[in-house]
Every structure is written in structure tokens, then in C-alpha cells.
Design a protein around this ligand. Structure first.
Ligand code: PHB
Length: 548
């Protein structure tokens, strides 16, 4: 605990200092684009370098940050914190599917956003990829006066919230604190009051190029049984497809229908089955391992935060769920409340959307390739052979990530390279992940041709090999794509168990037998694949992770 003299005014006496500083470190990383040097972090936080090193060791041990040379970077597992908030609201679980369906029907982007103080925070994105306009990530924050949902939420603000809004406007007229936003090109604040009034009369709100030229959005509130606005659904379009009037005509009817379904879905009992794990068990082992380098009070505070994934909980339940002493859990909760990540009310504590500022937006912008690269690099360092990741594109595989070994390889492969799936180990595990009919159709359409003397081209034999790969969980291909090239591949599955990519290690076929390569390489390859899958499971729980 900091000595009383160093405690800023308004900070409760029992505040857990390391938790405050650990969260400040995560915010500093998030606002610094996701990675910063430890010395920079020490400066940004105003604490000693040794203190930053301990916080970083602790966060790294929890899998929340990664050390990349001298840089500290956000790690995908940190998305656990944001996931806990999103799970606690049940919004993405209950309404996400309806938002996705609306996006499909309208062929426009659809988002869900919640009020976050005097701003608007995105909690779900169903994005239609179009080149023309920027897209916000899940977790991004908008100032309420820019964008459609804010004019709906501001109707419920009290005097205190308006005062906070005015203070923020005064301190940051150019919206520089909103990293995801281009600078203002119109004065959105001056027409805010009128837009709130119009939205109140119509029951929906319009963003007519408030964020950037060309971007249009129409938003409607979703209300709970008590009539409270819980979130807003926005349909996002562009002036190349619609005017404000034609957007209203095209989407208002469908949007009204879906909002009614969403309100209904909010009334259904929630499906909540988080296991938060035992925090004291989770912190004991690393403490033994790292000693004073592991800051237990930070780890416990973060465990308290994730323990609120089930929604509002009283102190007793938080203490039980984390296995922490009541007094310890209470100090963490008071600290999180002081920082605005938790609110107390109705006999319990619950998470606020502000939790998403802890790196969630940065991480939800990751591709599968970015997520996999550190794991591939570790694999390459272990086995001293090149490793790659690819996805299926029709009957071909396409490389989305590659880490070459220092040794010069005969094949010249880069990200974007394509090969026929039938002649590669990655292709075979990717084909094995498809339903039988789709896999056979692809093999037939590929019209396999010999690329070397050893290329298997018989459709029946290839189908057998793919089924072998499915059973064994890996494929090994020797000299079929190129003489002298041996490749071993395993599938990468997303959180739902679907095969979304393949990882491989390639080597020369002349140096050892296939069995020797398999026993030398397969355990490390599987370990890397499992690490990629674990990251993908956490990060992909509420956001769609594109391949590359
Ligand atoms: C979006 O979901 O990207 C979005 C939502 C509301 C706006 C603008 C963009 O006003």
C-alpha cells in the first residue's frame, strides 16, 4: 500500500497499489499502439524501472503481456478481461447472432454499442468488409456527440454526466483521446442537443457523416424489461450507397423488427457458465516460481475482475469464486471500483464497459497471422527448421505466416504463396477438417497432376491419405511438392473446434527418415499449435479473427 502522503485525493485508503499500477501499465500499452519499451513504461507510469519489471514479469506469467526483445507487448490472452465484461452483460451472447443476421440481410455493417460514461463503446461488430470507410473494433470508444448511438444514450444523462461531457469537450476539443477516431471535420458538439431531441421524437438516431465524410449510420436503442436503454444497434453505410433519407427507407423497417426481437431475447434467462478458476491456486505456483518478481496482489486483483464474468456478484461470492480471503477480495473490488472498472449496486459488484480499455480493441484488431507469429518463432528457435501457417483457398493452400530458419532452404516461400492442397501436408490437414462431401469435391476439382515423381494423384488414394491425417491429427508429406522437401503439418482449430488453419515445419527429406522427423518435430509442432489455439480461443470468443 502506498504511504498516505503519496495517495492522490479521493483514493480510498485500502486501495491496492500494485493493481492500480498494473492496470495503468496495461492502459499505457494499449494507448501506445500495443507495445512499448519497459523504460518508456516506467516514465509513463512515474514509477521505478524495477517496479515496472516486476509488474511486467507478473503480467507475462499470467499470459497478459509478451516480452519481445526490449519491448513489452499486449498478448492475446489479455482479452480474458474484456471477455469477462462482455460475458457479464450477456449482450453479445444473446444479441450477437441477431446483429449478424441483420448484417447479412441488409448487406451492411451492424454494430452493438453500450453507453460508457460520456462515450459509446462497441461490444459487437458484424462487419461487411468494404474498402471505403473505417471500421471500429470491438472495444473502441466514441465520443457520444460523434456517432449515432450517443444521441440516444445522452437522453438519459443526469447533470453530473453533462458536466463530465463539457469538461471533456473543453480538455479535448479535437478528440485526441479517442485513438480510433479521425480528427473532427464538422462541429458535432454544436448540433448534439438538437440530435438528442430529434432522436427522442423518432426513436432512432442518425449519424450523417459526423465521424468522417461518407460514413452514415442509423441507430436504435434496445431496452430491457424496465425500459432502460441497454445498448444500441447501428446499421452503418456509406454515401456511395445511400443518402441519409434512402438509408432510413431501406433499413428502418428491418431494424425495428430486429430490435423488438432483441428486447425479447434480453428477457430470456441468461446462459452463464463461466468458470473463473481458483485465484489463490492460480497465483501460488507462479509465486513459488518467480518469488518477489511475481506481484501476487496484482494477479489477485485481475482474478477478481475475471470472476465477475457471470454478472453482478456480492463480495461473498467473489471471495468464494476466487478462493481469496474476504478482506483481500474486498480490497481488490474497492480498487477496481475506484478506477471505474467495477460498480457497486443492487447488493453486488459488476463490471463496467471501461474494462474494454485494457487493450481489448487493440487485440481485437489482430489477424490469425499476427497471433501465430510469436508461437511460430518459438517453434523455429526450438527445432531449427522453418515453420508456417496457411489457410485453404479453394483447392489451394495459401501461406499467411512464415518464420524461416537461418539455414537456406531450397524453396522460396513467402506470405501469399499458394500451392495445390493435395500435394502438401498443410493441405491434407486442412482438407481433413472439411465435411467429406466438400473435401471430395475439392479433390476432384483440383484435378491432381504429378509435381514430382512421388506426387500422389489418385483421387481415391488422396482421400485415404486425408482421412489418415484426420485420424492421426497430423500429415507428413515427402517429396510430393518438390524433390527433397519434407513437411509435417497439424490443424489449428478455433474455439468451436473448426479447423481454420494449418501449421507446419518443413525440412530436407534426405537427412533423416520420416519416423525420425516425426519424433523430432511433432511434439514441438503440437505444442505451438496448442498455444496458437489457446490464444485464438480467448481472442476469438467475441471477435472474428481474420486469417491475414
Ligand atoms: C460502427 O459500428 O462502425 C458505427 C456505429 C455508429 C456510427 C458510426 C459507426 O455512428
Amino acid at each position: 500500500m502506498p504511504p498516505p502522503s503519496s495517495r492522490p485525493p479521493g483514493m480510498p485508503r485500502e486501495v491496492v497499489g500494485p493493481l492500480v499500477r498494473g492496470l495503468a501499465l496495461l492502459r499505457a500499452l494499449a494507448s501506445g499502439g500495443g507495445a512499448r519499451q519497459a523504460s518508456e513504461l516506467a516514465k509513463a507510469l512515474g514509477v521505478a524501472r524495477s517496479s515496472v519489471d516486476r509488474l511486467v514479469s507478473t503480467l507475462a506469467r499470467l499470459g497478459y503481456v509478451r516480452l519481445d526483445g526490449r519491448e513489452v507487448a499486449l498478448a492475446p490472452r489479455l482479452a480474458e478481461l474484456g471477455n469477462a465484461y462482455i460475458a457479464s452483460t450477456g449482450l453479445a451472447d444473446r444479441l450477437g447472432g441477431l446483429a449478424d443476421r441483420l448484417a447479412d440481410e441488409l448487406d451492411e455493417s451492424v454494430s452493438l454499442a453500450v453507453p460508457d460514461r460520456d462515450g459509446v463503446r462497441f461490444v459487437h461488430q458484424a462487419t461487411r468488409r468494404r474498402a471505403m470507410s473505417l471500421t471500429f473494433r470491438t472495444g473502441d470508444l466514441l465520443p457520444a456527440e460523434r456517432g449515432a448511438p450517443g444521441a440516444l444514450f445522452a437522453a438519459d444523462w443526469d447533470e453530473e454526466q453533462w458536466a463530465a461531457w463539457r469538461a471533456r469537450r473543453e480538455a479535448d476539443a479535437e478528440d485526441e483521446t479517442f485513438g480510433a477516431l479521425p480528427p473532427p471535420h464538422v462541429d458535432a458538439a454544436s448540433c448534439f442537443a438538437r440530435r438528442i431531441e430529434t432522436a427522442g421524437e423518432r426513436g432512432w438516431s442518425l449519424d450523417d457523416e459526423l465521424i468522417e465524410p461518407g460514413l452514415l449510420a442509423l441507430a436504435m436503442p434496445v431496452r430491457d424489461a424496465g425500459g432502460e436503454q441497454v445498448c444500441a444497434v447501428s446499421v452503418v453505410s456509406h454515401t456511395s450507397r445511400h443518402s441519409a433519407e434512402s438509408l432510413e427507407q431501406a433499413v428502418l423497417g428491418r431494424l425495428t423488427g430486429v430490435v423488438a426481437e432483441m428486447s425479447e431475447a434480453l428477457r430470456a434467462p441468461s446462459r452463464q457458465c463461466e468458470e473463473s478458476g481458483n485465484a489463490s491456486a492460480r497465483t501460488r505456483e507462479p509465486k513459488r516460481e518467480l518469488g518477489p518478481e511475481f506481484v501476487e496482489s496484482l494477479a489477485r486483483g485481475l482474478a477478481v475482475l475475471t470472476a465477475l464474468a457471470d454478472g453482478s456478484a456480492p463480495l461473498t461470492r467473489v471471495a468464494e469464486a476466487t478462493g481469496l480471503a474476504r478482506a483481500t477480495a474486498r480490497r481488490s473490488l474497492l480498487t477496481l471500483e475506484h478506477l471505474g472498472y467495477v460498480v457497486a449496486g443492487g447488493g453486488g459488484f459488476r463490471l463496467t464497459p471501461r474494462v474494454l480499455e485494457l487493450g481489448f480493441a487493440q487485440l481485437s484488431g489482430y489477424t490469425l497471422a499476427q497471433l501465430a507469429e510469436p508461437h511460430l518463432a518459438r517453434l523455429v528457435a526450438q527445432v531449427r527448421e522453418s515453420a508456417s501457417l496457411s489457410v485453404l483457398r479453394g483447392g489451394e493452400i495459401q501461406y499467411i505466416a512464415r518464420v524461416p530458419t537461418v539455414r537456406i532452404m531450397s524453396v522460396n516461400i513467402t506470405v501469399g504463396t499458394r500451392f495445390p492442397a493435395y500435394a502438401t501436408s498443410m493441405g491434407r490437414v486442412l482438407l481433413a477438417g472439411l465435411p467429406a462431401a466438400a473435401r471430395r469435391a475439392l479433390l476432384r476439382a483440383a484435378d491432381p497432376a504429378p509435381l514430382t515423381e512421388r506426387t500422389v494423384t489418385s483421387a481415391r488414394r488422396l482421400d485415404e491419405l486425408v482421412r489418415d491425417a484426420d485420424r492421426a491429427g497430423y500429415a507428413l508429406v515427402d517429396d510430393e511438392l518438390e524433390e527433397g522437401l519434407r513437411s509435417l503439418a497439424v490443424p489449428i482449430r478455433d474455439g468451436s473446434g473448426r479447423v481454420v488453419a494449418a501449421a507446419n515445419v518443413s525440412t530436407h527429406s534426405g537427412r533423416s527418415t520420416p519416423q525420425e522427423s516425426r519424433s523430432a518435430l511433432l511434439p514441438s509442432l503440437r505444442e505451438a499449435a496448442a498455444a496458437i489455439e489457446a490464444d485464438l480461443g480467448v481472442l476469438g470468443r467475441y471477435v472474428r479473427i481474420p486469417a491475414g
